[in-house]
Design a protein around this ligand. Structure first.
Ligand SMILES: *Cc1c(COP(=O)(O)O)cnc(C)c1O
Length: 521
């Protein structure tokens, strides 16, 4: 790599230039790194400092709309008769603005837990979630989860679909609910299909024999089996393998449909991959859906059953790309014996990117905000906010990471962090080595304007309070704020309450080519 600039390294590796589009949500223009070709990250960090989290909700809308477009194209190409339903799997990110944005873009709702049903019911009552959307309830259901589902149904929401994960669940639901229910069954993985690197998926669902028993059990009841659920995995980039697995499930669906005429939906679950983790990502979404629709159509013809509505539950795909962390190199330690240097960042990688520890081979797109014409060097990132020897990235076996030298004061953007990272890290909690949560900038769209909210970083006092040391705070020296104060820009509309974020501290900004440039305000 000697002599190569950072831009050269990226071009060699991914075929992208230093200017223009880097992937479907990152671009670089006039030496500034942009999220969604809209949010100027260099300007954001100049305005707010680092560490900084930027959540750009309009990207979520775009993700939903793109998928609906690809599905419509796949349907046109395959002549598929069933409709396509996009559900947001909320466990990827439960933040209120995230869930509300996905629903507003047309998504149905997929739940994973009792509290999730409570959120869905609240959104329905508020009018955010329309009555004609489905709420698919997955996962093993304890008494609280069953009670939340029954409460939602009893309150008058008819399109809640508990997806049975065991036979006891069915009995518990039938005992608790007098009103007719729509039900789903989830297919249990065949032992021969279990991926040794991700064996956890095997615990879900029902065997074919159990599914037959469900059909029998429902015969003399007012309840209807409407959905067959066949989830294969997560971030599945091998479309051919995925299609092969789903072809088998399509056969199982069609045979079940012959015995259960109320069946009307085939759900392929999560697994839709996101472009958010690697600039080298390549997946033909339309091609995948077209092939699946062709398979389903042919299978249904062969079994003389109608083509079902096709449901996808999109977690990662919906939200991974909308969120970015920006961290600053606070100290450099040279590697020994020609090993790459350590860049110690003003945050924690294990707190902010827990999947880097949990998911084998998990990558993130990490780009410097400046210095693309400077010489590239291989580096290792360390989280300075902890003293943990596991707080580093890239992990063993991952792609080597290059950044431009010299490194002091370098600002680094970590993309693709909008799915799972904050939920697994425990947003708002007390973290490893008491690493405080970063300042968070939440950007939403309201018609022709962007609404910007700023959430202060977690204070030492908040963390101490969470741990039961509330009184200790009195003895701690006052913290000096680190942020750069900048005038907020407001517009003619600022008197009118902004719909997405009618909260104190929200600024309304007319939408223009880019947002974030303090120089232009
Ligand atoms: C987690 C989960 C999803 C979402 O998976 P992604 O791979 O993030 O899209 C969808 N359906 C079910 C049942 C899940 O458990």
């Amino acid at each position: 790599m000697n002599g190569q600039t950072y831009a050269d390294v990226l071009t060699d590796r991914y075929g992208v230039g230093p200017e223009g589009t880097l992937n479907d949500f990152i671009s670089r223009r006039d030496a500034r790194l942009l999220l969604a070709d809209q949010i100027d990250l260099n300007a954001m960090v100049a305005r707010y400092g680092a560490p900084l989290e930027v959540a750009y909700c309009p990207q979520i809308t775009l993700q939903v709309e793109r998928m609906l477009g690809w599905a419509a194209e796949a349907r046109a190409r395959s002549g598929y008769a069933g409709e396509f339903l996009y559900a947001y799997a909320t466990k990827a990110n439960f933040a209120e603005e995230v869930v509300r944005t996905a629903i507003s873009a047309g998504a149905h709702y997929e739940t994973s837990a009792a509290a999730d049903v409570v959120i869905a019911q609240r959104l329905w009552r508020q009018g955010v979630l329309p009555s004609d959307r489905y709420i698919f309830c997955n996962g093993s259901k304890d008494a609280a989860y069953i009670a939340a589902i029954v409460a939602l149904r009893t309150a008058g929401f008819t399109r809640v679909v508990p997806v049975l994960d065991d036979m006891e669940e069915l009995e518990a639901l039938l005992a608790a609910c007098d009103l007719p229910l729509l039900l789903g069954v989830r297919e249990r993985h065949d032992p021969g299909d279990v991926d040794v690197r991700h064996p956890g998926g095997e615990r879900f669902g029902l065997t074919p024999v159990e599914i037959e028993r469900v059909v029998e059990r429902l015969r003399q009841t007012p309840h209807q089996l409407v959905m067959y659920h066949a989830m294969v995995g997560s971030q599945i980039e091998d479309a051919a393998h995925w299609n092969t697995r789903l072809a088998r499930s399509a056969g199982a669906y069609a045979r079940l449909r012959q015995a259960a005429p109320s069946l009307a939906l085939f759900n392929f679950g999560g697994g839709m991959p996101t472009s958010a983790y690697s600039l080298g990502f390549d997946f033909d979404y339309t091609g995948f859906l077209q092939r699946l629709m062709q398979t389903l159509a042919a299978t249904c013809v062969a079994h003389e059953v109608p083509q079902p509505g096709l449901v996808g539950e999109f977690g990662r795909y919906t939200v991974a790309a909308h969120n970015v962390f920006i961290l600053e190199v606070g100290r450099v330690k040279h590697g020994q014996d020609r090993a790459p240097d350590w860049l110690l960042l003003n945050g924690s990688l294990m707190v902010s990117l827990p999947d880097s520890l949990i998911v084998p081979g998990q990558e993130f797109i990490i780009l410097p905000l400046d210095g693309w014409d400077r010489p590239a060097r291989q580096v290792r990132l360390g989280g300075r906010a902890t003293c943990d020897s596991d707080d580093f990235f890239p992990r063993p076996g991952s792609q080597p990471l290059f950044l431009p030298a010299p490194y002091e004061g370098q600002m680094i953007a970590v993309f693709g962090v909008g799915a799972y990272q904050q939920m697994i890290a425990g947003r708002g909690g007390a973290h490893h080595c008491l690493t405080p949560e970063m300042r968070r900038i939440i950007i939403e769209r309201d018609e022709d304007a962007l609404v910007v909210r700023e959430i202060e970083p977690q204070s030492l006092g908040q963390i101490m309070g969470l741990l039961g040391y509330a009184d200790v705070m009195l003895e701690l020296p006052a913290q000096r704020p680190t942020r750069v104060p900048v005038e907020r820009r407001t517009t003619r509309d600022s008197q009118r309450p902004a719909r997405p974020a009618r909260r104190r501290g929200a600024a309304r900004i007319p939408q223009q080519a880019r947002y974030g440039a303090s120089a232009r305000s």
